[in-house]
Design a protein around this ligand. Structure first.
Ligand SMILES: N[C@@H](CCC(=O)N[C@@H](CS)C(=O)NCC(=O)O)C(=O)O
Length: 206
């Protein structure tokens, strides 16, 4: 299978971590997101112009959640129990609807603008994203047990959220008020699969 990805993208890290966890070989092809233009061949695969995109033979799939689910079919990362599966889906949807947009506001202002030379950060936008990040993370903190995972046993939900929270430091978003989130993140990021996905940009490509 081939994955069109970008080393620093948390949505790509989700997919790579699941593939590494399940020992699924991936042929990774980097799409340079810093270059605004997208090749027509890439746009033919994903008209949204975004990564990740998976190719499995003639089957082309975009959207990180759909890709994770496709890779994890039949594995323990995708619970068979309907309530556990719904709980997992709830956190994945929450990341896409709430946590992700909040962090993106801050990341765009603090990181992307600097990398692309797009001018000074908009402080009002940072304040807005930071407030949303803390409101969301307080919800997660209250939902987590001291030593558990997001939906009972380790599941796709942990792989969906951890790459985003791993970028909190780079965005200058403070996790110290959230000891359970911090301990969960440390536990998930200690897994060899997550380590490999997170540090992919500094390694020889698989
Ligand atoms: N909902 C999509 C979001 C994909 C997405 O936004 N990917 C980012 C990288 S993390 C991207 O390709 N950005 C390029 C752009 O906005 O031009 C998913 O979960 O796959």
């Amino acid at each position: 299978m081939r994955l069109h990805d970008f080393p620093y993208s948390p949505n790509c890290k989700k997919v790579r971590a699941v593939a590494y966890e399940l020992d699924i070989p991936l042929d990774c092809v980097t799409v340079n997101l810093f270059d605004g233009a997208r090749a027509p061949e890439f746009l033919a695969k994903n008209p949204n112009g975004r990564v990740p995109v998976l190719e499995d033979g003639d089957f082309v799939l975009w959207e990180s959640t759909a890709i994770m689910r496709y890779l994890a079919r039949g594995s323990a990362l995708l619970p068979a129990d309907p309530r556990r599966a719904a709980d997992m889906d709830r956190w994945i949807a929450w990341q896409l609807a709430h946590l992700g947009p909040a962090m993106s506001k801050v990341a765009r202002e603090r990181i992307v603008k600097a990398l692309r030379g797009h001018g000074e950060p908009d402080l009002a936008r940072i304040a807005e994203g930071t407030a949303e990040f803390h409101a969301a993370t307080a919800v997660l903190e209250a939902s987590l047990a001291d030593d558990g995972y997001l939906a009972g046993p380790l599941s796709l939900a942990d792989f969906a959220l951890a790459p985003h929270y791993d970028l909190a430091g780079a965005c200058q978003l403070d996790l110290t008020p959230y000891p359970r989130v911090t301990s969960w993140l440390t536990r998930v990021c200690a897994r060899p699969s997550m380590q490999r996905a997170i540090h992919y940009d500094t390694q020889a490509r698989p």
